[in-house]
Design a protein around this ligand. Structure first.
Ligand code: SF4
Ligand code: SF4
Length: 132
């Protein structure tokens, strides 16, 4: 038997489905606005880390990769170095991880990153921006 979350009866399912009856999708103008917003967001050089932490499972140096990237993204977005450095301290050192500058550049992390991030190069940028 298939159990649909949030639906216990046939009437509830029909009620839920009814909200899609007049669904027309996005208009051309709405699609253009979304594309423009997307283009603006793409101009911000955020590291596209999803904090999946697959990299941390293979890193022999116990580097706080995702925490470093979260802190760096904060710095990129808000330009507040002190706050970003405090984030780095909390997300990396306070969680038992080593800082970006201690990466030995073995490259194992990059082989498993689903976002294909140039992790070694990005860690160098974190080190230069937040740890000097
Ligand atoms: S390159 Fe650096 S961060 Fe990546 S797995 Fe090796 S030591 Fe860890
Ligand atoms: S594997 Fe890639 S996306 Fe996942 S936490 Fe590491 S750097 Fe971020």
């Amino acid at each position: 038997m298939v159990v649909l979350s949030g639906m216990s009866t046939l009437e509830q399912m029909q009620d839920n489905i009814s909200y899609m009856r007049d669904f027309g999708g996005l208009t051309g103008a709405q699609r253009r606005i979304l594309a423009e917003a997307r283009a603006e967001l793409d101009r911000i050089p955020i590291i596209p880390c999803t904090t999946c932490n697959y990299c941390s499972k293979v890193c022999p140096g116990n580097i706080g990769i995702s925490g470093s990237f979260t802190a760096m993204n904060y710095y990129t977005l808000y330009g507040d170095k002190a706050a970003a450095a405090a984030q780095e301290t909390w997300l990396v050192g306070s969680h038992g991880k080593k800082s970006a500058g201690e990466c030995i550049k073995c490259g194992k992390c990059e082989q498993v990153c689903p976002q294909h991030i140039a992790i070694r190069a990005e860690l160098e940028k974190v080190s230069a921006a937040l740890l000097q």
